[in-house]
Design a protein around this ligand. Structure first.
Ligand code: GTQ
Length: 352
């Protein structure tokens, strides 16, 4: 849109002279900076669970959770390798905790989400309350909250970590510290937050002291039931199926200040319209199998796979069986700044 002016020897010599002063001419770079529509360096990518799991189990033989602090394989976007990022703003990893292990307590300004993909019997502790992890549970570690993970059970437990690490790095706003002990003391029984904040009830005169949802565990059983009812009662969105966003029950807004989280049901035979949005989105397959087209890429997915759709590329989902997809993006940040845009086709319609 903004064309580069022709270069002349005189101009080139000028650029070289000012380069030494840490100066550069805008007209040489403007076209690459202010572009007519998003064109991400990030590319669509798909990680098959079976492959990543094998490497993760090997990591489990090479290093303990404690020595690693967190035993995680980071899913790096192939378009921006080396930045521990799956999109420009977000991080994604798969974390393994083996029976008997502890991932020591620490806290940081980065917000984290956990989406449990395999195994039973591990817990994560957040600010004094433990949550036993079950596949499909969405669990939040708010910015600044002490957290540790443990596996007193008998099988390996694996979950997806979604963090705003790249965003916080861009803002140079990272603080982190270790807890003096390996695990933090338990100060509230399991289920306390769910009773207090997760029943469409709030303590009278409740005052939020954080921008993150006080409900930090969203158990899959309840979510799955809601999706089922939503689908049965319809209508279903032509691009997104029956898709809902996790909310902070005290505000109705997204559950986390920097990361939006969603879950959607796609009925067997669903062939979605294309849609695109400015928030690059990471998907984790919870149930079922299907195919998602992201731009020119085609991903055939099965449970526990992870794939990423960069900003503004058209996304089209198809379901070969009843399917459920969890997803997350930086939508709250874009919406707070007035930047978020979406294009979808015809919207809601009955599913036939
Ligand atoms: O579990 O606290 O994947 O601090 C990256 C950084 C997980 C965690 C990650 C972390 C954690």
């Amino acid at each position: 849109m903004f064309a580069k002016p022709t270069s002349t020897a005189e101009r080139a010599a000028f650029y070289q002279r000012i380069d030494k002063e840490s100066l550069t001419p805008l007209w040489e770079v403007l076209g690459a900076l202010v572009i007519p529509e998003p064109k991400s360096e990030c590319v669509p990518a798909h990680w098959r669970y079976a492959t990543v799991r094998e490497h993760l189990m090997e990591a489990g033989r090479l290093i303990s959770a404690e020595e690693a602090e967190r035993r995680v394989l980071v899913l790096e976007n192939p378009g921006i390798r080396g930045r521990s990022s799956i999109t420009h703003t977000l991080y994604c990893g798969l974390q393994l905790i083996l029976p008997g292990e502890v991932a020591p307590s620490h806290r940081h300004t980065q917000s984290a989400l956990r989406f449990v993909v395999e195994g039973e019997g591990a817990f994560t502790a957040v600010d004094g309350e433990r949550a036993t992890m079950h596949p499909g549970d969405f669990i939040i570690t708010p910015s600044g909250a002490w957290h540790d993970h443990g596996n007193p059970g008998g099988e390996p437990v694996i979950w997806m970590d979604g963090l705003d690490i790249p965003l916080v790095r861009m803002l140079d706003a990272s603080f982190a510290e270790r807890y003096p002990e390996k695990t933090q003391p338990v100060s509230r029984p399991e289920g306390d937050a769910l009773a207090r904040y997760g029943m469409s009830l709030l303590p009278v005169n409740y005052e939020a002291h954080s921008r993150t949802s006080p409900l930090f565990v969203y158990p899959y059983g309840r979510t799955r039931e809601a999706l089922d009812t939503l689908f049965r009662h319809g209508p279903v969105h032509a691009a997104h199926g029956a898709r809902v966003q996790y909310v902070n029950p005290a505000t109705g807004g997204f559950a986390m200040p920097t990361i939006a989280t969603f879950i959607q049901f796609l009925p067997k035979g669903f062939r979605g319209d294309a849609s695109r949005a400015t928030d690059g989105t990471i998907y984790c397959v919870v149930e079922g199998s299907g195919r998602t087209k992201v731009g020119d890429a085609v991903f055939d997915w099965t449970p526990r796979d992870i794939f990423v759709a960069p900003s503004w590329l058209p996304v089209r989902h198809e379901a070969a069986s009843d399917a459920v997809l969890f997803s997350y993006s930086d939508r709250p940040v874009q919406q707070a700044l007035g930047l978020w845009r979406e294009e979808t086709g015809s919207g809601f319609r009955p599913f036939t």
